[in-house]
Design a protein around this ligand. Structure first.
Ligand code: SF4
Length: 361
């Protein structure tokens, strides 16, 4: 049965919540971070930054998977794309993100086999149909997409495919939030937690925000009323000094998350250190393919030389992803860097903060 979302888009209810937030916040400076790129897009689309009290700052966080992928990892995918007989399959946005000196799109123009797929299972089918190709799926994403990648590896194993593998660049969100919560330069008062990720993880992995940093978090959905309700709850907790982790997205995320999806991930992946754009190397913040499935790990199967890393000149994506700089404060924003000619990943991705600010400015 289709879910009726009208109540979550009700303008009268939204107005009521905006007034409630204004009453709670008053002139008090409060910084909230929306962790998820989809929240960033919704906040831009509904113009919340200009409607809500001036003293309430909404910062965009590290929740766009394409944006937080480090340049070295993009260069790794590019090096794999240059192998004879290799076919790189990935999601659309990733293809346009510039690496140190190239991009997957540039490699495709130069003759490499780079294909956009909508699901990793499509990449498994591609491998099954083309035994002469080594199909390498560039796996980028958070806890939401990790179960799909795990399912694709199990499927490839069960189908006996020897020409499918994954460059596993998956990341897990709590480690990034720990880095931000502990960074005085970020000074975030509360987190709008990602609804999609929480569908898998549940709320427990975010409890450390309260226990270690006395910082509240609210899991919210993506409709205007969802987001405003989350902001109102967070503002209340900040003003009253009563931090907790609340779930305001019960129609999408259960407190316990999805244990079946987590079990599937635990079967295929184990925690590993990962490097995030903007946050650097964070312990146990990524996923590595377990030894049992090493035959499907492109990093182990195809050792390649990766070029020395160069960051895009003048790009401040790292600061944007930590919430210490608004996209519009980047000197390149809207000038040298636009969605048509992006300098950094935050302008490329459909979930990128710079793209959202540009689109809804
Ligand atoms: Fe990077 Fe462009 Fe964003 Fe500046 S506006 S931070 S150059 S993506």
């Amino acid at each position: 049965r289709a879910l009726d979302l009208d109540a979550f888009r009700d303008p009268a209810l939204a107005r009521e919540l905006i007034e409630r937030i204004a009453g709670i916040v008053g002139d008090r400076p409060i910084k909230l971070m929306e962790v998820c790129g989809t929240h960033t897009m919704s906040i831009g689309r509904y113009g919340f930054r200009s409607i809500l009290p001036k003293s309430l700052q909404l910062l965009s966080g590290p929740g766009c998977p394409v944006c937080v992928t480090a340049n070295r990892d993009i260069d790794h995918a590019i090096a794999l794309a240059r192998l004879d007989g290799a076919c790189i399959a990935t999601f659309g946005d990733m293809v346009r993100v510039p690496g140190s000196t190239s991009s997957l799109a540039a490699e495709k123009s130069a003759g490499a086999d780079v294909r956009i797929v909508y699901s990793p299972l499509d990449a498994v089918d591609l491998a099954a149909r083309n035994p002469e190709l080594q199909v390498i799926f560039m796996g980028v994403g958070f806890e939401t997409t990790a179960p799909l990648i795990a399912a694709s590896i199990v499927a490839a194993s069960e189908r006996g495919l020897s020409n499918f593998s994954v460059l596993c660049l998956h990341k897990t969100t709590p480690a990034a939030l720990r880095a931000i919560a502990g960074d005085p330069a970020c000074a975030v008062d509360g987190f709008i937690l990602p609804g999609h990720v929480s569908t898998i993880t549940g709320t427990a992995p975010f409890r450390f925000l309260v226990d270690e940093f006395a910082t509240p978090g609210v899991v919210t959905g993506f409709e205007p009323v969802d987001i405003l309700e989350g902001i109102a709850l967070l503002a209340e907790m900040v003003v009253d000094g009563t931090p907790r982790i609340a779930n305001a997205y019960r129609r999408g995320a259960r407190d316990g998350g999805n244990p079946v999806a987590r079990q599937l991930c635990a079967r295929v992946f184990e925690p590993a250190d990962a490097t995030w754009r903007g946050l650097g190397a964070l312990p146990a913040s990524g996923l590595r393919i377990r030894d049992d499935f090493a035959a499907f790990d492109a990093a182990r199967r195809f050792p390649v030389d990766i070029e020395p890393t160069r960051e895009p000149r003048g790009c401040r994506c790292g600061d944007v992803l930590r919430g210490v700089m608004a996209p519009s404060a980047c000197p390149l924003f809207g000038r040298a860097c636009t969605p048509e000619h992006p300098v950094g990943p935050c302008m490329v991705s459909s979930e990128g903060s710079c793209a959202a600010y540009f689109r809804y400015r």
